[in-house]
Design a binder for this molecule. Structure first.
Ligand code: AMP
Length: 367
């Protein structure tokens, strides 16, 4: 299959996955259940996704020869992280279809470009300003006010590359500590709750959204996801409509996660988009055991050119991330009724490292 062919995989065909973390691992496991093979490309020899595939490429993302050989071995290429270097995506896209499309990475790798894109769609975000120096930070603070959140435009995740600036702080010191020349300043959003929508879009434009998930973070890292979110049906419909609009505007193929803040307002609560993740998302892990079709399977179906399924939720679901030393208690979870244990097979449990997760389903009704 060349880069310009429309993708239509058959069982036995091979999907190339860029990135070897837990998301790549769970994508490969979902693909295997559908009779599809995966080949994982990752520079890290300890990649957890390597354990579940027969063929792996351990090479740098700048290694053009390795990328070409990888592309030759696979029928379509996808990724499990959004920071795929543009040059890597370009080498691969010249040889095989890359889904979601390479241009989507350009929008979602940069917080400023992403926010401008969301705003152009008429979707609400926190007020924000481009910051490229201590002087522009000062004027951004005057415009946006404090408290505010300063975030690097690129390569931030799990709260890394961001800091809150409060009244009385020294913004210059915070700017210097951030150590970047390109950032955005966002108004601090006094949100009621954080929610996310996991949406899938197929090549023929069909969209399926999962029920809205409510997310609780600890130290900026997702700790719990609960479904359904404790919001009105109207607000849930609004959130899904936002995700659908974004997927359409990006001509997206695959699964994406849209993180939103729920904010109180005079006319009732409304949503603001925080971030778009062009990939399967941690807040969608509940779908592995809490829905008839997981986000991983939906993604594989979409990039394979197969129809999406209509996911049926099995009940109330809680997903608990096992972060760092939480993994040491895994045995305790094995005997919890209704709990399903997912361990990622990673090495040492460093603080903040996502080591596994638990899903607990309370069935909607028992017959
Ligand atoms: P992010 O890396 O942008 O997803 O931010 C990580 C977490 O920091 C979010 O899930 C929020 O809990 C918090 N956060 C980020 N931006 C803001 C904001 N503008 N106002 C309030 N909290 C924020």
């Amino acid at each position: 299959m060349t880069a310009s062919d429309k993708v239509k995989l058959k069982p036995g065909d091979t999907i190339g996955i860029l990135g070897g973390g837990q998301l790549g691992r769970m994508l490969a496991m979902a693909a295997a259940r559908l009779g599809l093979r995966c080949q994982v490309f990752s520079p890290d020899p300890d990649s957890p996704a390597f354990d579940v595939v027969l063929n792996a490429t351990c090479a740098e993302y700048a290694d053009v020869e390795a990328l070409e050989l990888f592309a030759n071995d696979v029928d379509v290429i996808t990724y499990e992280f959004e920071n795929v270097p543009a040059a890597t995506a370009m080498v691969l896209a010249a040889r095989r279809p890359v889904l979601p499309a390479q241009k989507i990475l350009e929008t979602t790798q940069d917080r400023l470009i992403e926010k401008d894109f969301v705003k152009r769609l008429g979707i609400g975000t926190a007020d924000y300003a481009d910051v490229s120096s201590a002087e522009t930070l000062q004027s951004a603070i005057v415009r946006i006010g404090l408290p505010a959140v300063i975030k690097t435009r690129r390569f931030g995740y799990d709260g890394k590359g961001q800091a809150i600036i409060r009244e009385g702080d020294d913004p210059i010191l915070i700017w210097e500590e951030l150590g970047t020349k390109s950032a955005i300043l966002e108004a601090f959003v006094p949100f009621e709750r954080e929610i996310s929508v996991i949406a899938a879009r197929s090549a023929d434009g069909h969209v399926e959204c999962y029920d809205v998930t409510e997310n609780e973070h600890r130290d900026h890292i997702l700790k719990y996801s609960r479904v359904p979110a404790a919001i009105s049906d109207d607000l849930a419909a609004q959130a899904r409509a936002v995700a659908e609009k974004i997927a359409l505007a990006l001509d997206y193929v695959g699964v994406l996660g849209v993180e939103l803040f729920v904010v109180a307002g005079n006319g009732g609560p409304h949503v603001l988009v925080n971030e778009i993740a062009p990939r399967v998302h941690n807040s969608g892990h509940w779908t592995l055991d809490g829905a008839s079709i997981s986000q991983f399977e939906q993604h594989i179906r979409a990039i394979a050119g197969w129809p999406l399924g209509k996911p049926v939720r099995h009940g109330k679901v809680t997903m608990t991330n096992l972060i760092g030393d939480d993994i040491l208690d895994y045995e305790q979870w094995l005997t919890v009724p209704g709990a399903t244990v997912h361990l990622y097979g990673k090495g040492p449990p460093r603080p903040g490292r996502k080591m596994g997760h638990i899903t607990e389903v309370v069935p909607a009704s028992r017959k």
